[in-house]
Design a protein around this ligand. Structure first.
Ligand code: FDM
Length: 216
């Protein structure tokens, strides 16, 4: 049975780059790897609806924290058979965003007092009710804010006119989400976590060793 490894982080944290580097390192070490990403905008109607809502094309839908969380959760629920097959046939299944995205963003959307309740509600819905495979290890990619801001500026230059969704364009929400992510990682929510400060040297070789040999 393979290990389910999740990469989490804010928009612009560099999750895709880390996934590609980790895939290369894990393969070079002789491991079989496959990767996937949520939301699956092109493959699932719930993800498609969530995207439309994030771009203001679904009336007031995005204003409901729970409705948005349910859409993202249903996207993952529909992916369970494929995830189980991938886990049965690979050493590592690498996932870009998973259930912790739902916990972090939706807790951050509500006041501090509701954080614990929302995080637990997401866990009960996705892990208990939907029986989603639980991650074996989660990586929080959390570069210093200046590095993330610099990347965002570079992205504006390379992808001019790229629209930002409702969450991405809300700086206060991003800062609160960063804080919830760090709490989830600190508490070891659902699995052991490793926090990666993407500003230093390439973390992929050490992470690949940890994921193939290490505990958790
Ligand atoms: N998001 C993503 C959630 O709120 N819950 C989830 O389960 C997932 C997978 O949706 F702001 C948020 C995170 C982000 C937005 O995701 C769109 P991408 O990865 O930026 O497309």
């Amino acid at each position: 049975m393979g290990r389910l490894v999740v990469i989490e982080g804010l928009d612009g944290a560099g999750k895709r780059t880390l996934a590609a580097r980790l895939t290369a390192e894990l393969s070079a070490a002789g491991g079989t790897v496959c990767s996937t990403a949520f939301p699956r905008y092109d493959d699932d109607v719930h993800a498609e609806l969530a995207r439309d809502a994030l771009y203001g094309r679904m009336g007031d839908l995005a204003s409901s924290v729970h409705a948005m969380a349910v859409l993202f959760a249903l996207d993952r629920r529909a992916a369970i058979p494929a995830l189980r097959t991938d886990l049965a046939t690979h050493d590592v299944v690498l996932v870009d965003r998973y259930v912790a995205s739902n916990a972090a963003y939706n807790a951050a959307r509500l006041g501090q007092d509701a954080h614990g309740e929302v995080v637990e509600w997401v866990r009960a819905l996705e892990v208990e009710r939907f029986d989603l495979p639980v991650p074996d290890h989660q990586l929080l990619l959390a570069p210093p804010r200046e590095v993330a801001a610099e990347r965002a500026r570079a992205r504006e230059l390379t992808e001019p006119g790229r629209e930002r969704d409702a969450y991405e364009s809300d700086d206060a929400l991003q800062a609160r989400t960063d804080a919830v992510y760090r709490q989830l990682a600190g508490a070891g929510w659902l699995s052991p976590w490793t926090v990666v400060d993407g500003s230093g040297p390439d973390p992929a070789p050490a992470l690949a060793r940890l994921l193939l040999d290490g505990p958790g």
